[in-house]
Design a protein around this ligand. Sequence first.
Ligand code: FES
Ligand SMILES: [Fe+2]
Length: 378
Amino acid sequence: MNAQVKPWDYSDPATCPSMPAAYFYDAQVFEDEKQRIFLKCWHLVGHVNEFKEPGSFIVQDIFEQSVLVMSHKDGQIRAFHNACRHRGNKLVSERRGRIPAVLRCNYHSWCYGPDGSLRSAPRTECLKNFDKADHGLKPVRLEIFAGFVYVTLDDNAKPVAEMAPGAEAQMRRFLPDLDNLKLVEEVDVIVPANWKVIQENSIEGYHFDLSGPVHKHLASLIDFSQYRLTPNGDWWTYMAPPNAKAKTAYGLPIDGATWQTDWFFNIGFWPNTTLYCFPFTDMVGTFIMIPLEPEKSLLRFGYYAPVGRETPALTKAAIEWMNKELGPEDIALNVSNQKGLHSQGYIQGRYLIDEEHPNQSEHLVHHFHKLCYQAIRE
Ligand code: FES
Ligand SMILES: [Fe+2]
């Protein structure tokens, strides 16, 4: 193990040094996170409405594990390991799509129904003791929570609702269209930074009015003094009411626009899933930090809008603004932050804990680092 990966005393956020830099690039830490965090946690796959048509599927890769989530004409959404039961061939490589009547393995043509059952397997009649019923796709645990589909590879994981008591009520308050959404767009960006570097950037307001111009625009849309970041164990919120004086947002006038909420609302679930809404928009965003390597992550931006009504121009502008302006401004910080973590001049820093100005305090970053540390070390 890297000598820099030393034990960390996180007990008092106001005085303790921050999580040591090596935790953001060490290969053994990354492997421990994979085993103890990502192979055990819940992963957001997509919205239930993406599975309305029987045979619709989404593939969720979790490191080398691949999970195939698909719907059947019985109305059920099920998840399976995305591997053929004959010789293990990966069945589906596209992220989304719809299978015809059956899912055919392109190696020896074993065919599976959308319920995972093995329907046909050429020439297996010649086998002794072979029953197709024993060779259906291996199921993966799935849950639907607040309109979204989640999977986990851990049969002992707490149900999402138990992991996050009270979270759904918060979501329904700010995102009233949760059950009535369609996917507008999904954008994947590879970021050369550790997944925690991306997360910690998103869960503090300290940099809002101190970093780049796009952040200052976001700060101008909200009553920044009322921005509150609240840890609740394995889930957290960070939100602010609107700035009543704001006249334009994302390059357009606010006057005349319609929205789900004028708040800036974010809710995070352990370890790497965020759902949010920008002020004055009619959308639900998902923001998922998927670890690929110690210093490489897949940042997946999902944008969902209510079914059955026109997406307002201001909402479309907000999505464009996130993709082209706010996202890149944060990603540039993630990349430069990751590079600096290797410096001989930086081992640990401090958390800016400020009870008088909770909007600009880093207490939620400390909370998140503590959860990460406890998961791999305690
Ligand atoms: S590996 Fe799938 S049919 Fe042989
Ligand atoms: Fe940011």
